[in-house]
Design a protein around this ligand. Sequence first.
Ligand code: FE2
Length: 423
Amino acid sequence: MLDLIVRGANLPDGRTGIDVGVSAGRIVAVEPALSAQAATELDAQGQLLSPPFVDAHFHMDATLSHGLPRVNASGTLLEGIALWGELKPLLTQDALVERALRYCDWAVAQGLLAIRSHVDVCDPRLLAVEALLYVRERVKPYLDLQLVAFPQDGLLRSPGALDHLTRALDMGVDVVGGIPHFERTMAQGAESVRILCEMAAERGLRVDMHCDESDDPLSRHIETLACETVRLGLQGRVAGSHLTSMHSMDNYYVSKLIPLIREAGVAAIANPLINITLQGRHDTYPKRRGMTRVPELLAAGVPVAFGHDCVMDPWYSLGSGDMLDVAHMGLHVAQMTGQQAMRQCFDAVTTTPAGILGLADYGLAPGCRADFVLLQARDPVEAIRLRATRLAVFRGGKQVACTLPRTAQLALPGRPAAISFQP
Ligand code: FE2
């Protein structure tokens, strides 16, 4: 007797009519016509059962702060950073916790059950670090929150940042962050990468840096990050976030750079909603898209995830924790409209970021924790097309959220009474 069986589901790998059995919070069977019985049975009716969405790049200390203390008038990255600087002295721990918990509610409802969030460590009070460490424990029963120590104002550029970042890691922040392109010179950027990678190697931690988030074709910090990864034996533990300068780089140089990234085992995290809005701001026409070279990185064997980055904060006033919205934008910006490419965009918000975060028991296979989401779509491509409704979200075999199916009622002569946008 099992606890739960979801019957007749389609899976992201293309299998159809699959039953998924759950016992004691773990998946114990994934097969057609499972002969066992369960206390609870759910008929998936041929809809897609997916492992949960994973966001590899977010800023939970800034989320839902839109309009505080004012709105970003230009909509640019640099005004956003300045605005965040104005907001920081006004932050309180209670407000940070309340906004983060509210965002986690949204995330769970969207089937987003694991988030890597950068947390700004440049405030000597480390208020945001304390708040998000508390939130990490508080949400642990329903959401995996991984924190990155992020020196927003520059490790070397901002006085005391190295000390604050070290303290944040001592307090239990999981991952070493950085922002080399924001340092004063290219040389100081490279120096910051070296210092931070050595720190990660000494502590046995992962690395995830905001890297080359500009339209500067000569920004070279991803090259340094890959080299330091190899030098320190950090392969498989390092991610470069944004990498937007790669959009503008010389093609010959990129033909040398991508194999280096691949050899270093460095993953890439693009943030399509943010890259398409923040990059190319100095262009007239044509305006650059600014997102990194996703199809080319994937073709070389580099893991590429899509992150949400921002939701209703100083940089971006939109968003709702919907990783299918993120995948939809990534697919369009990268022109990844082939069938295989569209499925890769679904992977970029599920399995690929799970690998980057190092989530041990993630997936739809026996032995994995019974975390999954039933979508109102039959396959990953339809899920992206419809930004499909999350019919039911499960964590450890327990349903933690549900949404009614999306159905429109029609009053048209001779036409169906209801439609759900599925052919
Ligand atoms: Fe970011």
